[in-house]
Design a protein around this ligand. Structure first.
Ligand code: UQ1
Length: 445
């Protein structure tokens, strides 16, 4: 079906296999012009949370959320989907059910922004004028950066998968079960990624499964990472190196996936110190953490992004460095924190307070400390719960050393965090565990 026919069907609200479209009005066949007090671009974790906060504070439909997807995923569970603990359907809810009813949802994607005039043009040609805008478009997988990767992911028998995609994360579980020995390679790319702990969590879980099913002795488990270290925060890196040693995982640092030749079951890697130094490795199973980039809307909006395509915001206030009516949250900004859902929980409070100040023509005062958390699953029942702020300084909540592998952290990851996310965070009522930390650990840093 051609693009324009599809468009007309969408605008008429005809029920298609893709779902029911809400706008059933002939006038909406014409490109519309909307205006709002606050435009939230993106309906993921950051966008939903901010929309919930401001929809409550402002009048009905003063907040517009621009989001093309009908589904909303809780991505932190994708690792457990890849490990066969839960299913992808358990991570998904309808976008409609997580957006605040007091906000207007436009199911369309941003095409470009005019930050001087204050409007966004959508892919379908609508114009949305805003007074304030929050950009929360996240990060996208950039499969095209690795030749052969897309084809390999689409081939059910390739042994190649990724937990970083709702479409493929169940394939990781299929491949882990199919693996009967040989080489299992796991990768980490040479771009910023969301959840930088996930590429190694899936190694630990796969290794545990191989041990349980008696294939471990016949297998070589390898983690090829672009980074020069196992983890960016020394306290947890020290603990993780012990896990790596115990599990006899071969870690190759500064090693980046360059090409997948899935017909031959070969992966080509280069070394970050000398890109001409290439190594070709055979695999029976290949788990790829793909390169990522910000969505095209953002990385082509050169007046508001840095060279790598991330929204330029102040790392403490989350306000845009040039346009005070623009704020950013989540994976798409250039703040140097770990890109995790826990970071967004903390950021949403800072952003809410600061945007309210900006709306009152005041200066933003609240500061984001770079808080991020990463529950590093080390087996099917244990987890190292890393929590830290800017500059890799640990900032732990629980009353024990969180670099220790613990069962309680595993169950928090599996049950508590998803419950907090769906029931509190997306409704704008959760700002991270700071309040618990103050109760449990009143004298900590
Ligand atoms: C957290 O608050 C959170 O948000 C819901 C997560 O979700 C992805 C987390 O993974 C973590 C680790 C936290 C931190 C919370 C506590 C209680 C330590």
């Amino acid at each position: 079906m051609c693009y324009s026919t599809m468009n007309i069907i969408r605008k008429l609200g005809i029920k298609t296999s893709l779902g029911i479209y809400r706008n059933f009005s002939v006038s909406s066949l014409n490109n519309a012009n909307y205006s709002c007090k606050l435009l939230v671009v993106g309906g993921g974790s950051g966008g939903c949370t901010i929309a919930a906060k401001f929809a409550r504070r402002l009048q009905k439909n003063a907040v517009i959320v621009l989001e093309p997807s009908k589904d909303h995923y809780y991505q932190p569970l994708f690792t457990l989907v890849g490990a066969g603990v839960t299913r992808v359907s358990d991570t998904c809810r309808l976008e409609e059910s997580v957006l605040p009813t007091n906000a207007k949802w436009i199911r369309d994607a941003a095409e470009c922004i005019d930050p001087e005039k204050g409007f966004v043009k959508t892919k379908e040609g609508h114009v949305i004028n805003y007074e304030y805008i929050v950009i929360a478009v996240g990060l996208k997988n950039d499969y095209s950066k690795v030749p052969g990767l897309s084809e390999a992911l689409q081939d059910r028998n390739s042994g190649v998968s990724t937990i970083f995609d709702a479409q493929y994360c169940e394939n990781t579980w299929r491949d882990i079960q199919k693996f009967k020995g040989g080489d299992a390679i796991f990768t980490y790319p040479d771009t910023l990624i969301k959840c930088p702990g996930a590429p190694q969590k899936i190694v630990y879980l796969a290794e545990s499964y191989f041990t349980k099913t008696n294939v471990r002795s016949k297998s070589n488990v390898m983690f090829n990472t672009c980074l020069p270290v196992i983890f960016g925060v020394k306290k947890y890196a020290d603990a993780l190196l012990k896990v790596v040693e115990r599990k006899k995982i071969n870690v190759n640092y500064k090693t980046v996936l360059k090409e997948v030749r899935h017909g031959k079951k070969e992966a080509v890697f280069f070394n970050t110190d000398d890109k001409t130094k290439e190594t070709t490795m055979q695999y029976n199973m290949l788990h790829v953490a793909p390169p990522m980039k910000t969505p095209e809307f953002l990385n082509t909006s050169t007046s508001i992004v840095d060279q790598a395509g991330f929204l330029c915001v102040d790392k403490f206030t989350l306000q845009h460095t040039k346009y005070p009516n623009i704020y950013g949250i989540g994976d798409c900004t250039n703040t140097p924190n770990s890109k995790t859902a826990a970071a967004i929980a903390k950021q949403c409070y800072v952003l809410e307070q600061n945007l309210l100040s900006t709306m009152k023509k005041d200066n933003p005062k609240e500061k984001y400390d770079g808080y991020g958390a990463c529950p590093l699953l080390t087996s099917y029942s244990t987890c190292i719960l890393a929590e830290f702020v800017y500059d890799g300084v640990p900032r732990e909540t629980l009353p024990f050393n969180q670099a220790r592998e613990s069962t309680i952290a595993f169950y928090m990851k599996k049950h508590l965090f998803p419950a907090l996310y769906w029931n509190l965070m997306l409704k704008g009522y959760y700002h991270g565990p700071e309040f618990i930390r103050k109760i449990i650990n009143p004298f900590a840093n």
